[in-house]
Design a protein around this ligand. Structure first.
Ligand SMILES: *[C@@H]1O[C@H](CO)[C@@H](O)[C@H](O)[C@H]1NC(C)=O
Ligand SMILES: *[C@@H]1O[C@H](CO)[C@@H](O)[C@H](O)[C@H]1NC(C)=O
Ligand SMILES: *[C@@H]1O[C@H](CO)[C@@H](O)[C@H](O)[C@H]1NC(C)=O
Ligand SMILES: *[C@@H]1O[C@H](CO)[C@@H](O)[C@H](O)[C@H]1NC(C)=O
Ligand SMILES: *[C@@H]1O[C@H](CO)[C@@H](O)[C@H](O)[C@H]1NC(C)=O
Length: 752
């Protein structure tokens, strides 16, 4: 799972690295570790029964042990049927080496760690009760969303099943513990070391209820964000596959996806990232390929490692990769300084009876004491903060934990200043004293004021829940950015969706909140964005059961919005300049569910189209076979950008001229005729679009349902381009019967 946003883990990891004593080589070789063993299915052999496959796996595993050695016997952990031909087993390094040399074995790889990436959002997305797309898509009725996560909280009000239909007849899933109903139709655990799919973390409960939670009135945390909490697809069914316990493992993720495919889910929501970077090595990429082959739509979080370049997780083209943006709600606080300056921030804890009088402002980090600057445990013991407003820097511990440290030291209130990486994205956290998180830019101003006077004073004003913030959506600073590392010719992320301060169901009470029915929590991360898009995919699937995963993705991407509620360009919170977000931050833009239901044209793909694409990536046939599970040939190979994808990532040297073709399928009016609308490219780049008849037009009345066109990107030999990257877009437009179509295709350029 992608973690909730905090920098606490950094410290923990650091400590572990320092104090771990390296094992001796002998110890290393005898240690039992989990390996994923990839097999090649022997030619002509069919396993008509799952048991026969398992017998084969067991016999291969037993051959890995040298009968005369004293090593422990390997043990089977997971046996896969759909995601790969192979299994996960605990074995020694020697046994793994022995397996690797077997004829049937494609690869033996050490299991890898994956991380978790953390409501009014349906309303913000333009989904309204009893009207429009929510109604026409029947709120996702009949669709099953499989959630790969930390488990779930059965009996939570968000999973009540009033008004829910029975699961479709194809459903083969099961519940390992009591608590299933017509909403929550599956609960299984795959994480070694825990025995139940019950959520002990909260993350999986949150993501599941975001995708498909039933409506719950008066949902709030400490009275904030009060309203009806509802999943994006409130009539869809939920099936939970637990694969994490704090950390997640690749072998468990593969087992969860394997079971979800077998059980019959329609959509997968996976707010997890990590593992190896190449597609053929990353078990999450491999397993989701099998899901896509079965027609299952896969939504994944982009990661929380922004705003640095090339920080994405889940980069495969068969996945929808989702970045995080804000919604139009703030849980507003305002820092008021002695110089009469006001700085807006956020906090989930909003005391009603706080006396807003000015108090002395202290910055424990002013003398260079770093522990005190971050208000770490014990660091304020020798600093007089009693009755004062304490300025703490973000980092090395959770914000809410810092508020406990300040409270223990006698502080009256806390200002939490973002670090530079977090920029202007503020988190509404459950502080235990009056507090306000402020952006990096605001923090600098507050420190300047602190420096400017011998007796700085401040207070915090509590404004409660503010709606209609019309600068939303903005890209969250933490949202991971392109370019794509594993496949530079595919633009990622694909889309952004709500991921900052999202309220949804939680597994336990946070600080004994008794005001709301059931437990809710407000958290942030691309983990929250991913299930929003899984919910949108469920709505689309319900209304268009015949659309493939690629068609659904295309519909979502080509109709996305690049403007905020104010009709200005969506900005990036990575720094206080709040500049328009670039294509590596927002991909195609912000999801617009209602428009995605009627996109006009889609860029469709068949599973077999990915084979020449992977050949073009330079993978060997053996590497491709690890993903496709069948023998492939690279007699036909295409450049990555030739994959029929609804965006372009093209690298251009001086004088380069590159032509790609695209095939569009008309899913709107049969007689439509599309012409090229907007075309934007950077200075020094030219783009030419030509239909098969040589005209810049796609006439479906004449050409049929699918039409091909060519697009040529060229770079001027002489013109100077600005920077290493550039961006642009084009649209295909048509006047429709009931609406006007505008199909937008974003471009990114790498200038070599
Ligand atoms: C939440 O809103 C509902 C309906 O507007 C109201 O009745 C309830 O008192 C509110 N709860 C809180 C804690 O503000
Ligand atoms: C405040 O003063 C300290 C110590 O002189 C200095 O290091 C710091 O950069 C100043 N901060 C700002 C924001 O001006
Ligand atoms: C929550 O309630 C329990 C039982 O009522 C109590 O023991 C605990 O101290 C409370 N925790 C907080 C943070 O108030
Ligand atoms: C397409 O068909 C619709 C209804 O059948 C009609 O109203 C419309 O004018 C036609 N459009 C074109 C471009 O022929
Ligand atoms: C489209 O591009 C392909 C590949 O470069 C080329 O063979 C074909 O002739 C082009 N078609 C048109 C209409 O330009």
């Amino acid at each position: 799972m992608m973690p909730l946003i905090n920098s606490y883990m950094l410290v923990v990891l650091l400590l572990i690295t320092i104090f771990q004593i390296p094992p001796t080589n002998a110890q290393k070789n005898n240690e039992l570790k989990t390996y994923i063993v990839h097999l090649t299915t022997p030619q002509g052999q069919h396993f008509s029964h799952p048991q026969h496959l398992q017998q084969w796996y067991n016999s291969l595993l037993s051959q890995s042990t040298n009968p005369i050695s004293n090593d422990q016997k390997p043990t089977m952990v997971h046996m896969y049927r759909h995601v790969i031909t192979g299994f996960a087993a605990k074995m020694t390094r020697q046994q793994a080496n022995a397996m690797e040399n077997m004829e049937e074995v494609l690869s033996v790889k050490l299991d890898s760690d994956y991380h978790l990436h953390t409501t009014r959002s349906p309303h913000f997305l333009g989904l309204h009760q009893d009207s429009g797309f929510w109604k026409t898509s029947n709120y996702g009725k009949g669709v099953i969303i499989g959630v790969i996560d930390t488990g779930i909280t059965p009996n939570h009000p968000s999973f009540h099943d009033q008004g829910m239909p029975h699961p479709p007849a194809k459903w083969k899933g099961k519940c390992e513990v009591a608590g299933c109903n017509k909403k929550l139709i599956g609960m299984r655990n795959f994480y070694t070391g825990v025995t139940s799919p019950i959520d002990e973390d909260g993350h999986g409960t949150h993501t599941s209820s975001t995708a498909a939670g039933s409506p719950v009135h008066n949902a709030n945390v400490f009275g904030n964000a009060n309203g009806t909490a509802s999943g994006i697809a409130p009539l869809a069914h939920v099936a939970m596959y637990r694969v994490c316990d704090g950390m997640c493992s690749g072998s468990a993720i593969a087992a969860g996806i394997d079971a979800a495919i077998e059980d019959g889910v329609d959509v997968l929501s996976i707010s997890i990232g990590g593992g190896y970077r190449q597609l053929y090595e990353n078990i999450l990429d491999i397993a989701t390929f099998a899901a896509m082959e079965k027609g299952i739509f896969v939504s994944c979080s982009a990661g929380n490692s922004g705003p640095s370049e090339a920080t994405l997780a889940n980069e495969a083209p068969w996945i929808l990769t989702v970045g995080a943006s804000t919604i139009d709600r703030r849980i507003r606080t305002t820092v008021f300084l002695g110089n009469k300056k006001l700085y807006d921030g956020e906090s989930l804890y909003q005391p009603k009876n706080f006396n807003h009088k000015f108090r002395p402002l202290v910055y424990p980090g002013k003398n260079g004491d770093e522990h005190a600057a971050y208000c770490l445990e014990g660091s304020l013991d020798h600093i007089d903060v009693k009755g004062k407003v304490v300025l703490c820097d973000q980092g090395y511990s959770e914000g809410a934990h810092k508020s406990k440290v300040v409270k223990k030291a006698g502080g009256a209130a806390m200002i939490l200043a973002n670090n530079i990486v977090f920029g202007e994205t503020t988190l509404a956290e459950a502080h235990v004293i009056p507090a306000s998180a402020v952006g990096y830019g605001e923090g600098v101003q507050i420190k300047k004021y602190f420096n400017s006077t011998s007796s700085p004073i401040a207070t915090i004003l509590f404004r409660g829940t503010v709606l209609g913030v019309n600068t939303a959506p903005e890209v969250a600073s933490f949202s991971s950015r392109g370019p794509n590392y594993a496949s530079p010719g595919i633009l990622k992320p694909d889309i952004i969706g709500p991921g900052v301060n999202i309220i949804a169901a939680w597994s336990e009470s946070i600080d004994n909140n008794t005001k709301s029915k059931g437990y809710f929590n407000v958290i942030a991360g691309t983990s929250m964005s991913c299930p929003h898009l899984a919910g949108v995919a469920a709505l689309l699937k319900s209304d268009h059961p015949d659309w493939s995963p690629a068609a659904i993705k295309s519909a979502i991407m080509t109709t996305a919005s690049q403007l905020n509620l104010n009709k200005r360009a969506i900005v990036d919170q990575k720094d206080e300049r709040l500049l328009p977000a670039d294509v590596f931050a927002i991909g195609a833009g912000h999801v617009n569910p209602s428009r995605s239901n009627d996109p006009g044209l889609v860029f469709d793909l068949e599973p077999s189209d990915y084979i020449p694409y992977m050949c073009g990536l330079g993978y060997t046939t053996k590497q491709i076979e690890m993903i496709t599970k069948k023998k492939v040939s690279c007699s036909h190979s295409i450049p990555e950008a030739q994959l029929n994808y609804p965006s372009f990532a093209v690298s251009l040297k001086r004088g380069d001229k590159k032509t790609y073709s695209r095939i569009v399928t008309n899913v709107g009016m049969g007689n439509a005729s599309y012409t090229v609308g907007e075309v934007h490219v950077p200075h020094g780049v030219k783009v030419v679009v030509v239909g098969l008849d040589g005209r810049q037009e796609l006439n479906f009345a004449v050409g049929g349902r699918r039409l091909r066109y060519n697009i040529t990107f060229s770079r001027d030999t002489a013109a100077i381009v600005k920077g290493h990257y550039g961006q642009g877009h084009m649209t295909w437009v048509a006047g429709g019967y009931t609406s006007d179509y505008s199909v937008r295709i974003p471009f990114s350029f790498k200038f070599e």
